[in-house]
Design a protein around this ligand. Structure first.
Ligand SMILES: C[S@@+](CC[C@H](N)C(=O)[O-])C[C@H]1O[C@@H](n2cnc3c(N)ncnc32)[C@H](O)[C@@H]1O
Length: 477
């Protein structure tokens, strides 16, 4: 290997890996990387992501000054810059590296870094704006909010946080808006169709889920191929006749609210003309609002409501899903689609600013002040009292984020009354409710201040002579 002109042993930071790294996997799903998309892994280290992405059919090149100096360094649709900025000790060179990666980006640059909460995993002494480790490698750890601001400032592009420590910078507004639209409006899955009848059924399904008929450009090729012979007016008549009016009206209300959330989020970056929006959003605006100006006005009002404590509190107490407490509303991710537009906007704002973690089960929206926490209970479905594995919180007034891991804790916080976190129609609610009622009858909730953590809960179970078998409460032998 050639000697590098660096003070630290940067090349040592590259680890061997079998599968895709977390940021590369996230980019594949978030940016919907289709087979053939060109990708450049800038600072690819030992090249594990290059190999795995090639395995997915992507057109990948990788370059690294230490490990792949002869790698192909060419512009690509998507550029990955994963865990590179951390290892550069000179702030000017760090900045230049980000600029170089950006210069090779045609559509989106995915920047991933290690964050400050990993500090205790790194042994070493403070050096410059980071840590010099015992192996003579350097790590500058970013604050979650700092990363987005930094990438925005250096690239001059609007950025979106995808997850803690992962930020996307988009070359065009079009690419960023399509990303946002995919994340805010629900997935558009199409039913399979082989003949005219099944293709019409797929259109009816779209109508009942979106609240409006799809345009030809929105349909998958297999559907257009079958329906190509039908006149649009004829197709509309058939679909309207076959659809359930109530479902269509409900879906129209939902889609209108999704559009408002999208336009409200978009205000952060300054709104462009309607023609800059993704086609499905333009069509939603046409179908559910009298004009783009009216939709924007309503979206602005929604954003204003987010500042109104009394309004937010009312939205929480009347929420169709979730558990309301003295400080916050807690909602299971399965119930998130049932909360009101202002609360969905609340959660989206936090996720755009600091990134929503990949693993989470329950989201907590504070009504005193503005803050969002994503809580991970990996065994929520199987454990009658799920234990907290980690929490990631963002304070929306300061944009400071904190991460707490309970992996090494022997007395983890745990949940009770699981049904309250879900929407009432969730199929698991009756089972969870039966358990809660049995626990109340057994006197287990008489000292609420004792039962919030594993040890206290065990003691109460023992005091009441009870034990748990799955979601059943039994007498303790
Ligand atoms: C922690 S490794 C990450 C490697 C790879 N991206 C991954 O995620 O597995 C950091 C890499 O950054 C590379 N690197 C250091 N300085 C760089 C620079 N100025 N430009 C590009 N890459 C650099 C190092 O050679 C090292 O392979």
């Amino acid at each position: 290997m050639t000697t590098q002109p660096w003070g630290s042993q940067r090349q040592r930071t590259a680890i061997g890996r079998l599968g895709l790294s977390v940021p590369a996997r996230q980019a594949v799903t978030d940016l919907q990387l289709a087979s053939g998309t060109s990708v450049l892994d800038y600072g690819c280290g030992r090249g594990a992501d290059v190999r795995s992405l090639r395995g997915l059919g992507l057109d990948v090149s990788g370059w690294d000054p230490a490990h792949q100096p002869a790698g192909e360094l060419k512009a690509a649709e998507v550029v990955l810059l994963t865990y590179v900025l951390n290892v550069i000790e000179d702030p000017a060179e760090r900045r230049q590296t980000l600029q170089n990666a950006w210069a090779h980006t045609r559509t989106a640059l995915a920047v991933a870094v290690r964050l400050r909460w990993e500090r205790n995993q790194i042994k070493g002494r403070e050096y410059g704006d980071g840590i010099l480790t015992s192996r003579n490698t350097f790590q500058h750890l970013f604050a979650a909010g700092e990363l987005r601001d930094y990438v925005e400032e250096v690239t001059g592009a609007h950025c979106v946080s995808s997850a803690p420590g992962i930020v996307y910078a988009f070359r065009s507004d079009e690419a960023r808006l399509s990303y946002l639209a995919r994340h805010i409006t629900p997935d558009e899955e199409w039913l399979a169709s082989e003949d005219t009848a099944s293709a019409v059924a797929a259109v009816v399904d779209h109508l009942e889920r979106r609240g409006r008929l799809p345009r030809l450009e929105e349909m998958p090729l297999q559907v257009t191929a079958v329906l190509g012979n039908l006149r649009p007016a004829e197709l509309n008549r058939l679909a309207q006749q076959a659809s359930d009016r109530t479902k269509v009206e409900e879906a129209a209300k939902r889609s209108a609210l999704d559009t408002l959330v999208f336009l409200a989020v978009e205000l952060f970056h300054g709104r462009g003309p309607a023609s800059s929006l993704p086609l499905p959003v333009q069509l939603d605006i046409r179908a559910f609002f009298s004009s783009y100006a009216e939709a924007c006005k309503r979206a602005d009002r929604l954003l204003m409501k987010l500042r109104d404590d009394a309004y937010v509190r009312r939205a929480m107490t009347g929420s169709a899903a979730g558990k309301f407490t003295a400080t916050a509303l807690y909602i299971h991710r399965r119930g998130l689609h049932r909360i009101s537009a202002v609360l969905r906007l609340y959660e989206h704002c936090a996720s755009i600013a600091a990134g929503r973690p990949p693993e989470w089960t329950v989201v907590k929206l504070r009504h005193q002040g503005r803050g969002v926490s994503w809580l991970d209970y990996p065994d929520f479905d199987t454990d009658p009292h799920p234990r907290l594995a980690s929490s990631y919180s963002v304070d929306l007034t300061t944009l400071k984020s904190t991460f707490l891991s309970y992996a090494n804790s022997t007395n983890r916080p745990l949940l009770h009354r699981k049904h309250e976190f879900l929407a009432p129609e969730d199929p698991d609610v009756p089972k969870y409710l039966r358990l809660t009622e049995a626990e109340v009858r057994a006197g287990l909730y008489e000292h609420p201040h004792l039962i919030g953590t594993e040890e206290g809960w065990e003691k109460e179970l023992s005091r009441c002579g009870r034990a748990l078998r799955g979601h059943r409460l039994v007498h303790r032998r």
